[in-house]
Design a protein around this ligand. Sequence first.
Ligand code: SAM
Length: 77
Amino acid sequence: MEINTDIFCGDASDILQDIEENCVDLIVTSPPYADQRKDTYGGIPADKYIEWFLPISKELLRVLKPTGTFGTIELVY
Ligand SMILES: C[S@@+](CC[C@H](N)C(=O)[O-])C[C@H]1O[C@@H](n2cnc3c(N)ncnc32)[C@H](O)[C@@H]1O
């Protein structure tokens, strides 16, 4: 099995569009906390969060293999 370890830096909604469908085995994500970290990385207003994340989640599903794993990590400071 070929393992690719490329690193793509950029907006997930842009980067994901360049990735083939059904080619990713594992997705581990730590999505932004809506706008609770404004001073750190800006953020998305809570009432716009679903609207913002839904297209990204559709792309994550598209690139993930049917046998793939999706997980999120949450940092507790
Ligand atoms: C909860 S933090 C992740 C923290 C990270 N796991 C750590 O250990 O420091 C969410 C991250 O998502 C990034 N982010 C926000 N919008 C993004 C987007 N559209 N595409 C990619 N990353 C994004 C933010 O810059 C921020 O670093």
